[in-house]
Design a protein around this ligand. Structure first.
Ligand code: G6P
Length: 272
């Protein structure tokens, strides 16, 4: 008999976690930010990297899995990457069958969000978990916004990773957002990188020795690729030394084309 079990598994007193065990996968979510922080298909490897030194504080961003950056990306406002990842979302629906689990989380404006962003909104995150992960962020807001599904992918060794499907045009955040072009169809990450690719293909592939992950974006305008490398990770208190060798962020984003008042952003992550 199959059965997914969802249990409020409070790993801290803060009532932060939900664990899901299904015959097809295991997953852990934070209610804060509706953030999927662990996903592992049965018999497969985990998809996501998570910071081991995080203190899981309420109101503080957790580095790992898929933080939702909304209603702005990066330092376009304060706090960095918006407030969606630091507030608790309401789980509006949960359903399960032998093919997987679907969850819907909702967030709407309140006094706190209006103190940071003075607009009315309703946001909904639909999550489909089976052997793959699918997330769709729907927004309905008075004001246009920017967003990223800030996926922290795990890898065995960044030095063996290649990334395909990014296209040639990007804005380089490490050079003040300078517009750049590359002729290389394949990206080897061997240095600090923080790029917003603006003409990427629908699917980005992350290849390493024993597996390939596909990240399929829908309704996106950009794909962000980020790894702080050795010199950058030391500035993050939640990262261990050499953590940068086991992670790469590949983020489906709406930055160069903002989200309209009613809009959505979608990603599917699968192991090929
Ligand atoms: O530390 P955070 O606020 O979570 O941001 C982590 C990173 O997110 C993105 O990928 C940005 O492109 C980076 O510039 C930023 O450093």
């Amino acid at each position: 008999m199959w059965r997914a079990s969802i249990s409020a598994q409070y790993l801290t007193q803060n009532d932060l976690f939900l664990e899901i065990h299904h015959p097809l996968f295991d997953a852990i979510l934070l209610k804060q930010g509706a953030q999927l922080i662990h996903f592992q298909p049965k018999g497969g490897e985990p998809f996501f990297w998570s910071a081991k030194r995080s203190t899981f504080q309420k109101g503080k961003a957790f580095r790992g899995g898929i933080p939702l950056c909304w209603p702005w990306f990066g330092k376009m406002g304060t706090p960095s990457h918006g407030f969606a990842r630091i507030v608790e979302w309401e789980m509006a629906q949960y359903s399960e069958n032998e093919e997987g689990v679907q969850l819907i989380f909702e967030l709407h404006d309140d006094a706190f969000t209006r103190s940071l962003w003075p607009y009315a909104f309703r946001a909904r995150l639909e999550m489909h978990l089976n052997r793959a992960v699918e997330l769709c962020l729907h927004v309905n807001a008075e004001k246009a916004s920017t967003a990223a599904l800030h996926t922290y992918l795990t890898c065995q060794n960044i030095h063996d990773v290649t990334v395909m499907g990014l296209g040639s045009a990007y804005n380089d955040a490490l050079q003040g957002g300078m517009a750049c072009e590359t002729k290389e169809p394949v990206l080897h990450v061997n240095h600090s990188i923080d790029r917003i690719y603006t003409m990427s293909e629908a699917t980005t592939l992350l290849r390493e020795k024993d597996r390939t992950l596909s990240i399929t974006h829908k309704n996106h305008s950009d794909v962000v690729v980020w790894n702080p490398w050795r010199e950058g990770e030391s500035s993050f208190a939640d990262m261990n030394e050499n953590d940068y060798t086991q992670m790469l962020c590949i983020e489906s984003a709406r930055i160069s084309k903002s989200l309209a008042c009613e809009d959505r952003l979608h990603v599917k992550i699968a192991s090929l």
